[in-house]
Design a binder for this molecule. Sequence first.
Ligand code: ADP
Length: 212
Amino acid sequence: MSQIELNKRQEEILSIVKGNGPITGEQIAERLHLTRATLRPDLAILTMAGYLDARPRVGYFFSGKKTAQAVTDNMMSLRVRDFQSIPVVVEENVSVYDAICQMFLEDVGTLFVVDKNKLLTGVLSRKDLLRTSLGKQDLNKMPVHIMMTRMPNITYCMKNDLLIQAAKKLIDKQIDALPVVLEQANGLEVIGRLTKTNITSAFLSLAENHDI
Ligand code: ADP
């Protein structure tokens, strides 16, 4: 069932039931200085939407369903560092052929390219490598730095960034992965990889404790 926006009184009722349930409609009304009749529509909405359960002769109790606000709060607490994967990097002079092998061996869709100092210089996607393979060049002789997407055009994130910010970058730039980097004096050190799969796991973690 979808989350509905609760009004102030419904939020108040929820918190009373959370703290005091099971509790009768009469007792909730008393606490809010309202009549039972005034509360009836709100109680009906909360029950129908699954926030409250009602048992005859026992009263209302909290069903454990999260409010929309709680779900948003949870989402805003997710950080890149909790969901990032290990990065797979190759050096700039590695051949396109070897990069393709590496992609299969490591079972990743994006490789990051680094220089001799291990600093980020490029990104290689599946389609970058496919496109190059369509040509007539010898893939064993062609270094990846010729065809990679290079700095400063690389979109990246930091481990302490909100996951939601990283998700927005993936969508806005229409890419599958971001390098997670650490800023060094002379460039960016690659310390992780954040992909659409990581975002999907985070999405699933929000539904923890729910049957799916
Ligand atoms: P694919 O090309 O396999 O569909 P992507 O959508 O990730 O994979 O990549 C699309 C293009 O964007 C490619 O040319 C790739 O080099 C580039 N790209 C991928 N990731 C990044 C990134 N983090 N920053 C900048 N460019 C990127």
